[in-house]
Design a protein around this ligand. Structure first.
Ligand code: FES
Length: 103
């Protein structure tokens, strides 16, 4: 199986403390900008498969809006119940003011 970086969004369209849900290669991905730190995570909560895009962003984490589980944006690991499984994270890079994600 081959993987490659895919250009997904202009950097200017992801402001500080903003989020952007996208479908990349058929995968639901959520881009997050926390104080200038960019992350690409799965937009699906591991607890009950609900979208994370309306979740609150904190310092390195996102909270699921449905039942409040928090996930580490860098590793995808759950930080509190009710989630016990990680969410997927994706490698991200910025090239010529474009955000690219490895899918
Ligand atoms: S669906 Fe996310 S915590 Fe329950």
């Amino acid at each position: 199986m081959s993987t490659s970086f895919t250009r997904v969004l202009a950097l200017a369209e992801l402001p500080v403390n903003g989020k952007k849900p996208l479908s990349v290669a058929g995968k639901p991905i959520l881009l997050c900008n926390v104080n200038g730190q960019l992350h690409a995570i799965s937009n699906v909560c591991s607890h009950n498969d609900k979208p994370l895009e309306r979740g609150r962003l904190g310092n390195g984490w996102i909270a699921c809006p449905t039942h409040g589980a928090r996930f580490d944006l860098a590793t995808g690991k759950p930080l509190c119940l009710p989630a016990t499984q990680p969410i997927k994270t994706y490698e991200l890079r910025v090239v010529e003011d474009w955000i690219e994600v490895l899918v």
